[in-house]
Design a protein around this ligand. Structure first.
Ligand code: ADP
Ligand code: MG
Length: 321
């Protein structure tokens, strides 16, 4: 079973930022209003995610670190509203690191802690915590040399973690996010009143003032968001934030559609800055092609591509660009 977990871990966990994504998604699923992420050594030494969500029962704690135990499959695949439903993340992480989970279930009289050291489980035992959940991951990949050697510098891994948090924070504007740690200055995204405020927190006021609002719809596929004016471009594509049904994605077709919308108004070596949300019937899209890769499979990719390219071109044309 330990070996199976390690193999599964290779699918789910590529780098520290993938762990952060899984843990923060769990906190979001738990209904948290405040999520804190702390890191050391680019997340290789320590990752800690603290939330004020519903917590985990003593009886559920041991289950949570076992393979394919998920509390999120009650409604069937088509109805899944929560971010994760595979029940693979925690067992995978526990197989390639030292994992500890402290949690106090809402309404419970006490908190409990469970520890998993490279697949070896200890607990649950009583601990002190007033509410929510604290998940700590130490020494990620330290015993998996094949993975360890593919990790980048602490600084690069830190940047990747910040990027993942920004994407999730854009998807959840009403949640307060804080990222701190030895290797960085503390960044806070306070709970925002609306999406516009969250976008300004993350991409800066300057972007908000140099962007066009996008809204378009085709056959029940809706597009909304802010697209930076062609004059507000970047030398890399890090500031392109794409979401499908509220989930951050990094899909080649969508990125290429975004570029296509700017093709006539932006130099080839520049990259647009944009935050775009696609909303469509979940039956027409599969956002879980790969647990870690954020790829998407649309039933009608041509329709989605046309919607994005068309909406951007029309917006720029109307602005006389
Ligand atoms: P999944 O999210 O796919 O269900 P995970 O391995 O990520 O699988 O988590 C296993 C289970 O542990 C979840 O289904 C959930 O019940 C519980 N859990 C994990 N993290 C939290 C958290 N921060 N707050 C509350 N429950 C959590
Ligand atoms: Mg999960």
């Amino acid at each position: 079973e330990h070996l199976i977990d390690q193999i599964a871990a290779g699918e789910v966990v590529e780098r520290p930022a993938s762990v952060v994504k899984e843990l923060v998604e769990n906190a979001i699923d738990a209904g948290a209003t405040r999520i804190e992420i702390a890191t050391a050594g680019g997340g290789k030494t320590l990752l800690r995610v603290t939330d004020d969500g519903c917590g985990i029962d003593e009886s559920e704690l041991a289950l949570a670190v076992r393979r394919h135990c998920t509390s999120k499959l009650s409604g069937g695949l088509e109805e899944i509203a929560t971010l994760g439903f595979r029940g693979e993340a925690l067992p995978s992480i526990g197989s390639i690191a030292r994992l500890s989970i402290r949690s106090r279930a809402a309404g419970a009289g006490a908190a409990y802690e469970i520890a998993v050291d490279h697949g070896h489980c200890d607990g649950p035992r009583p601990t002190a915590l007033s509410r929510g959940t604290v998940v700590e991951v130490r020494d990620l990949f330290q015993k998996v040399p094949a993975r360890l050697k593919f990790l980048k510098s602490d600084r690069a891994e830190s940047t990747a973690i910040t990027d993942v948090v920004k994407r999730l924070a854009l998807a959840e504007p009403e949640i307060r996010f804080e990222i701190s740690g030895q290797d960085r200055t503390t960044t806070v995204f306070p709970a925002a009143r609306d999406m516009g405020e969250r976008i300004a927190q993350i991409l800066g006021e300057e972007f908000s003032q140099n962007a066009a609002e996008i809204t378009a719809e085709r056959e029940d596929v809706r597009l909304s968001g802010l697209a930076g004016l062609p004059t507000f471009s970047r030398g890399n594509s890090l500031q392109q934030f794409l979401f499908v049904n509220g989930r951050p994605v990094r899909d080649k077709m969508l990125v290429s559609a975004l570029r296509g919308g700017y093709a006539d108004v932006m130099a080839k070596d520049r990259h647009p800055v944009a935050v775009l949300f696609l909303t469509l019937d979940p039956a027409f899209v599969d956002v879980n092609v790969h647990p870690a890769k954020a790829d998407v499979r649309f039933r009608d990719p041509g329709l989605v591509r046309g919607l994005i390219v068309g909406a951007l071109r029309q917006t720029f044309a109307e602005a006389g660009l």
